[in-house]
Design a protein around this ligand. Sequence first.
Ligand SMILES: NC(=O)C1=CN([C@@H]2O[C@H](COP(=O)(O)OP(=O)(O)OC[C@H]3O[C@@H](n4cnc5c(N)ncnc54)[C@H](O)[C@@H]3O)[C@@H](O)[C@H]2O)C=CC1
Ligand SMILES: O=C(O)[C@H]1O[C@H](OP(=O)(O)OP(=O)(O)OC[C@H]2O[C@@H](n3ccc(=O)[nH]c3=O)[C@H](O)[C@@H]2O)[C@H](O)[C@@H](O)[C@@H]1O
Length: 443
Amino acid sequence: MKKIAVVGTGYVGLVTGVALSDVGHQVTCIDIDQKKVERMQKGVSPIYEPGLDEVMMRNIEAGRLQFTTDHHEGFSGKEVIYIAVGTPEREDGTADLQYIDQVAKDIATHVKQDVVVVTKSTVPVGTNDHILSLIQEYLVHDVRVEIVSNPEFLREGSAVYDAFNGDRIVVGSDSQRAGDVIEEINKPFGIYCYRTDVRSAEMIKYASNAFLATKISFINEIANICEKVGANIEDVATGMGMDGRIGHQFLRAGIGYGGSCFPKDTKALTQIAANIDHNFELLNAVIRVNNHQHRALTEKAKSVLGSLEGKRVAMLGLAFKPNTDDMRESPAMAISQELILAGATVVAYDPIAMDNAKNVMPAGVSYVQNVEEALQGADAAFIVTDWKEFKALDLSVYVDQMAEANVFDGRNCYDLDKVALTKLNYYSIGRPPVVRGLVGVKG
Ligand SMILES: NC(=O)C1=CN([C@@H]2O[C@H](COP(=O)(O)OP(=O)(O)OC[C@H]3O[C@@H](n4cnc5c(N)ncnc54)[C@H](O)[C@@H]3O)[C@@H](O)[C@H]2O)C=CC1
Ligand SMILES: O=C(O)[C@H]1O[C@H](OP(=O)(O)OP(=O)(O)OC[C@H]2O[C@@H](n3ccc(=O)[nH]c3=O)[C@H](O)[C@@H]2O)[C@H](O)[C@@H](O)[C@@H]1O
């Protein structure tokens, strides 16, 4: 059992703290946001994440998990400190390291014992060296500080599952001893620990996110071609994925990736490359394809309905993916902005993300409490997030509630044969349209 502090309680910090306490470590999570800390002290998670509240409460009650805003108290007696603060995107696409720098200074000021500092945040190559020298520059007490890069691979919406079932744990360290400490801490998870040097670990994180984003943009481009040549992207992706070298994952065509990491990390990696005069052409194309893909539904709606002026559009789903209330870089924002500019009225519903959405969605969007209300009198429905609730809908609800049952599905939620049994006009991604029960008819 180790005494551990985790700094920052976003998805990564909170899930890391909760998971480490659940396998028996003594964990103190530190955050500067007082309100957040007060909620967490009561066992309430500040984010919507399936299963998190339960594991959190179990460890608070067992006395293994604590929360504080006080760095001095939080670092006291800890052998290991995890850094999990945000590294948001600056205007030029580079990673903003101001929160990282602040934590480094906080550590330097408060630690009175030897400590291993572990970076969980996604940071550009070379940042861990920078953190270590910053700590050493500001260090108040005569203690040994070592650094380990331990990037995080969890997905929002399945973060708790991922923490206990990840494919690998990457431990990047230039000190054998410090790397051993972190490998030992992670032993109870029973996940393979891949040891490497600090800079390679930092690069593994960016390269992994960039590769996954590339898979998505690739399949979206294939989907766009499928639409023009009369092929079906679902069958194409299934057939491709059967090749073990390709695999089935991340071949779901849609309206492009969003979220707090793929958009920011792909841009940051192109900037990391640009800093050494390398033009990362492939990744730049991935980003361009993704930005264009956000427009797929609106373009289809314009081609089917003509002008969108005065049309009422029901937007089903706002979060960037299901099972999260995270609205960061959600395609819903760009899509609704486009619809409003085209003169449409947008009525939105999301089962979980509505409160967060109201703070970031464009002005002019109105919000309702359920699917039926959203669809009432609508000329078009846009499915933006593939929530289970939408996938499970009885398709007659569209026909019954809408003025005209034109459904533009950005997540391929429904089986074309089932749609063909209804009166929907259905346009999805990379698949033939279904109009008046006929598959492949253009409307
Ligand atoms: N969100 C995700 O699913 C994943 C995120 N990452 C990476 O992990 C890092 C953290 O991301 P999120 O968890 O989304 O974070 P976030 O940005 O949602 O939260 C960061 C937290 O750190 C706190 N904070 C800032 N400065 C602090 C300080 N000096 N002391 C204590 N607390 C401080 C903030 O109040 C906030 O609660 C980023 O680098 C991100 O790229 C990596 C894998 C998954
Ligand atoms: O660095 C991070 O923050 C994390 O980023 C992603 O996790 P996350 O953003 O939570 O969610 P994903 O499930 O990867 O989905 C990202 C976006 O891609 C889209 N997506 C995903 C898969 C797919 O086949 N098609 C597709 O369009 C999703 O709808 C979503 O908008 C990675 O999957 C995690 O491994 C990583 O830790």
